[in-house]
Ligand binder design. Structure first.
Ligand code: SF4
Length: 353
């Protein structure tokens, strides 16, 4: 069986040049094609500075993109969820979602935030998150991560990115890092404007930190109690929270950038005063901030799975929790997710596709 042709961004610059030469073009045509893609071209026919014969040959031999936009939904608050499919793969479920979240102030020069996925499905299987309910299908390649930025740019300008969509980025780190480098070089989205969110595998963080990655790090904690974290973050079962926090401290020492601890607040479950006190105790004296995310209810689970029975916390409970953790000495912010009514908010991806 012959191999499927590799799309343009799956080829290195040298490979693309070689391919262009094989197809009868000149070396500089490779640069033109790549730059045109990043500048917004979505077909070779738009690349009129390439010879017509080369455009045709590239069309047949080097797909411009590996993904297609299958669906998009815009919430009232402006968040746009894009469903991207990868044609040619066996599984109908070979899809990911990317969310373009505009700034609160539409006149802000900062541009939108893009929430990017790194895997098809997620092996971490947090019980409150739609993305992990069906498990892992596969890792995305660097070009598939980059293409999410290109699709996001079709919605609007992008100023920042959060690697918080479907998947656990540390389990596909090589591809994610390679993709972010290209995004930085070609699209000018600075690494400091990118936050990578992980459940915090300590050994992986310790491997990566000495390479001094330039992006910001967020570690999803969700509870200060070990037994409860085993339930909320199943892939971390048996890993003591202190080890995760120690890896976060190590990250800070290596990179000199504070870690943000993400905490999804589940009403009546992990939003109690006891949780806030223990979280405050654990983080006391650490260079870290806490980001509280009131849980976004799921309206549909994949297949026939039952819906998780968690509740969205009351605003008063969120405020009290924030106050308690702050009083214990840790800066604490609250993120009420955008895109809720179109299932584009945190933890809701892969619901209605
Ligand atoms: S919350 Fe993140 S790590 Fe957990 S299942 Fe969802 S995508 Fe995976």
């Amino acid at each position: 069986m012959s191999e499927a042709p590799r799309p343009l961004l799956a080829l290195s610059r040298a490979e693309l040049k070689e391919r262009v030469l094989e197809l009868g073009g000149r070396a500089f045509h490779a640069k033109i094609a790549r730059e045109a893609l990043f500048a917004g071209a979505r077909s070779y026919t738009e690349m009129t500075s390439l010879p017509a014969a080369l455009r045709e040959a590239l069309q047949a031999e080097v797909p411009l993109l590996s993904s297609e936009l299958r669906h998009s939904t815009r919430a009232k608050d402006g968040a746009t969820k894009l469903l991207l499919g990868f044609p040619g793969r066996d599984r109908g479920s070979d899809e990911v979602e990317t969310v373009h979240i505009p700034p609160h102030n539409p006149k802000s020069p900062k541009g939108a935030t893009l929430c990017v996925s790194t895997q098809v499905g997620c092996p971490v299987a947090c019980p409150f998150c739609a993305s992990g309910l069906a498990g892992l299908v596969r890792n995305l390649g660097p070009h598939e991560v980059i293409e999410q930025f290109l699709r996001g740019l079709e919605v609007g300008k992008i100023g920042r990115a959060v690697v918080m969509g479907i998947g656990e980025p540390l389990l596909n780190y090589k591809s994610v890092r390679a993709a972010l480098e290209v995004v930085n070089e070609e699209l000018g989205i600075g690494a400091r404007k990118v936050t990578l969110s992980t459940v915090g595998f300590p050994e992986r963080l310790r491997e990566v930190a000495p390479t001094k990655p330039p992006f910001q790090l967020a570690i999803s904690l969700h509870t200060p109690f070990d037994g409860e974290r085993d339930v909320l973050v199943p892939a971390m079962k048996g890993v003591p929270i202190e080890e995760v926090l120690a890896a976060g401290d190590h990250w800070y020492r290596e990179t000199h950038r504070e870690v943000t601890y993400e905490y999804v607040l589940l009403g009546g479950y992990n939003d109690t005063a006891r949780h806030a006190a223990e979280l405050g105790r654990r983080l006391r004296g650490r260079r870290a901030t806490v980001n509280l995310i009131p849980w976004n209810p799921l309206t549909k689970a994949p297949g026939d799975d039952p819906l998780p029975s968690y509740k969205r916390p009351h605003a008063e409970a969120v405020a009290a929790f924030q106050e308690d953790v702050q009083a214990a000495g840790t800066v604490t912010t609250v993120r009420w997710s955008r895109g809720l009514e179109s299932d584009a908010a945190c933890g809701q991806l892969r619901l209605h596709s």
